[in-house]
Design a protein. Sequence first.
Length: 164
Amino acid sequence: MEIHNKTLYDKDLIMAYNNFYLTSYIKKNFLIISGISAVFIIYMMVIQEWLYALLLFGILLFYLLLTFFMQKLTTKRILKRSPLVKEPVMQTYVFRDNEFEVANVNSMVVPYSNISKFKEGKKFYLLQSKDRKTYIVDYNGFATQHDKEKFDIFAKETFTKKRR
């Protein structure tokens, strides 16, 4: 098996990655905090402590707004510093049975046993290695839709235990 993908690392990909990260963060952390807060808000309403219930709800909303603000600020800072905005890089992936090759200026081979996390976004796959390197594989980078479907099946089989 050999599946090729060409992913353009540019401003749009950075934005999509940061939106994916924000969504993941909110799903994981904010929903848990909201659930715990909802229990306390309901308790405050049951004992008719309206002011405390409203205050706790306000703090929860403030936390959500602060999360969005910090992510926007971080994204803006990353875009300002990133050389990918002015000079996008085309990264080529060649997926084989036991490893994949990553090529841009340099080339390296990454065995699948070195991948610790695999996630699917709306626009890309995200692979993270044990040494904390992140590989973003754009859906549009596959030569054909058949290659994307083939990779999707392969990834689901290969990364079953690493999906998050």
